[in-house]
Ligand binder design. Structure first.
Ligand SMILES: Cc1cc2nc3c(=O)[nH]c(=O)nc-3n(C[C@H](O)[C@H](O)[C@H](O)COP(=O)(O)OP(=O)(O)OC[C@H]3O[C@@H](n4cnc5c(N)ncnc54)[C@H](O)[C@@H]3O)c2cc1C
Length: 539
């Protein structure tokens, strides 16, 4: 393994108090997709917005980093719904002024290794359906019933979003309508909904083969989120041309053109509140920035458990509300570099999902309980193969990423230690986990043995260090049916001037976080003022 060199890929402007403008209309904490979308949309209607990001680069989970001549994304492996002028695509185009381009993955965008069997998901509504029927010829009617349910839930998803921006009294008034428009299956467990259609456990496993995209296995996850993800990728997977850092890089100019800025190394220590009204933020260097509007995209755990003064979080009931939700599972990622191209090595533009057997819930429970149990899921992505521009930036090389869940407790004893200096025991644990993950890679692609030039493993502590998720969470709050029904996870908070955005107020995923930005701006401006902007974006 070659020696570690620091990343050179940095987006955003380094924070210094003397670089701040005299006044801002709004401060956004966190430069992930939720924060950037909110800031860009407000800039579009004339607001001057200051985005404060604690990391050395902007983008949140869409950031990339470079080391030793390789480049990896950290939280974006594929996006759906951007191959046609959908709402998702129109919004990306608008935010990036048309600069973001999307490269399609292979027609087989996901491959599922379930025990000894291999299955796949293929692009296109008909292609997806026919491919499932080809793999399970006796299950045609169950598959068609499943496709019908996806359609029904799809129609109800926007109502769910609308419910989030309504004022409490409006929500109460609209409750019967919302209930009427909500299919019964929405908040039922995914497994329960599917087992009413079929008892073929392999078919259920294949349909739920993307459970890692939300981090909750089928016996615990809400069908709504399952359906949202399945629909999102129905027309295939896409990757941002030039790498996932292009997302922040192409949105920031919109924020700057409104007089705003995206600052990095800008760690917010506290949200300042006087008499239940926000008055700004205090940075960790002690500098205070006055502003009557603060939008937190730092996740609700950070917002209510760390950024808000304890007394305010308690008196407004948020400390109690936080008891109803829990963090999503922590994760490992093995970042790998090779000195040959994806073509030389025969790497596909397909994600691999590797499962020990078809009972995903049991596999996860076993893994959480015992250090001896196999990984419940191992996900392998080939980012450089998906990016048609990669070889222009890093000629003659390839990258691979392997993601797996990891209980935080395994790493807890090193909490608070410094990244890169956690000692021999920590390095030994990482080495052992890396070897386990590599064994999965070699099992599926034996031609890679002996070809790896560099690898490094991130743990939940690395995610805490760089992305400020306190338990190394994959997706912010856990996506349980109970979480989706928390009526306080809305853009508007109980504190005047404080707003929320990001994956916790809607759902995870880059698109989920982006849509949360639309919800937040809608709640802030009101339907009447936001309408012309929505018309401009969506037509
Ligand atoms: C390994 C992995 C793979 C994924 N793969 C995909 C995928 O293929 N497709 C997909 O659609 N989604 C994927 N996701 C999910 C997706 O990346 C996230 O759901 C989404 O990007 C979250 O956006 P966000 O804006 O809500 O939060 P984030 O992107 O996490 O942004 C929050 C930001 O707040 C900052 N912050 C926190 N505290 C402070 C503070 N005190 N001061 C200043 N800044 C602060 C953080 O540093 C962070 O940058 C993946 C996630 C992970 C972890």
């Amino acid at each position: 393994m070659s020696k570690m060199k620091p990343s050179t890929l940095r987006i955003g402007r380094r924070y210094r108090p003397n670089r701040l403008a005299a006044e801002y209309d709004a401060i956004v904490i966190g430069s992930g997709m939720g924060g950037l979308t909110t800031a860009a949309l407000l800039s579009e209607v004339g607001w001057r917005v200051c985005v404060l990001e604690q990391h050395y680069t902007a983008g949140g989970y869409t950031h990339s980093y470079e080391r030793n001549g390789y480049e990896w994304d950290v939280g974006l492996h594929y996006i759906g719904d951007v191959g046609a002028p959908t709402r998702t695509r129109k919004l990306f185009d608008f935010l990036s002024n048309g600069k973001l381009r999307w490269a399609p993955m292979d027609d087989e965008y996901d491959r599922f290794y379930v025990g000894d069997h291999v299955y796949s998901a293929r692009a296109g509504k008909t292609g997806f359906r026919d491919n499932l029927v080809r793999q399970f010829p006796d299950e045609e009617s169950a598959i068609d019933a499943y496709m019908e349910l996806l359609k029904q839930v799809g129609g109800a998803l926007s109502m769910f979003g609308m419910g989030r921006v309504m004022k409490p009294w409006m929500r109460t008034m609209a409750a019967p309508l919302l209930k009427w428009k909500t299919p019964e299956v929405m908040f039922q467990k995914t497994y329960d909904v599917l087992s009413a259609l079929t008892d073929n456990q392999d078919l259920i496993a294949v349909i739920c083969g993307q459970w890692g995209d939300m981090g909750v296995p089928p016996k615990q996850s809400p069908f709504m989120v399952h359906a949202m993800i399945a629909r999102h990728y129905l027309y295939g997977g896409f990757y941002p041309v030039g790498g996932s850092w292009q997302i922040a890089d192409s949105i920031i100019p919109k924020i700057q053109s409104g007089g705003g800025e995206v600052f990095t190394y800008a760690h917010v220590e506290k949200i300042l509140v006087d008499d239940d009204e926000v008055r700004g933020v205090r940075m960790s260097d002690g500098h205070e920035i006055d502003c009557p509007v603060v939008i937190s995209s730092a996740g609700v755990d950070n917002t209510f458990n760390r950024l808000l003064p304890d007394a305010v979080a308690t008196s407004t009931g948020y400390k109690r509300s936080m008891e109803n939700v829990r963090p999503s599972v922590g994760h490992l990622c093995l970042y790998i570099g090779l000195q040959k191209t994806a073509e030389d090595l025969g790497l596909p533009k397909t994600n691999f999902w590797i499962y020990p057997h078809n009972d995903y819930d049991k596999a996860l429970a076993d893994f959480v309980e015992s250090d001896e149990a196999p990984f419940p899921v191992v996900y392998i992505s080939f980012p450089s193969a998906k990016d048609p521009d990669y070889l222009n930036r890093h000629p003659g090389t390839t990258t691979i990423e392997i993601v797996a869940p990891a209980p935080y407790r395994l790493f807890e004893e090193w909490k608070g230690s410094t990244w890169g200096q956690r000692g021999e025991d920590y390095d030994a644990l990482k080495d052992s986990l890396s070897r386990h993950l590599l064994a999965h890679l070699y099992d599926k692609l034996p031609q890679l043995e002996g070809e790896i030039d560099y690898y490094e493993l991130s743990t939940p502590l690395s995610t805490e260090w760089f992305s400020a998720y306190q338990h190394g969470e994959l997706y912010g709050l856990d996506h349980t049916p109970e979480r989706l029904q928390q009526d306080w996870l809305t853009p508007k908070t109980r504190i005047d001037g404080l707003w929320l955005t990001g994956q916790d107020i809607l759902t995870c995923g880059v698109t989920g976080a982006m849509m949360s930005g639309v919800l937040t701006v809608t709640a802030m401006l009101g339907m009447r003022r936001v309408s012309p902007l929505m018309k401009l974006i969506f037509g």
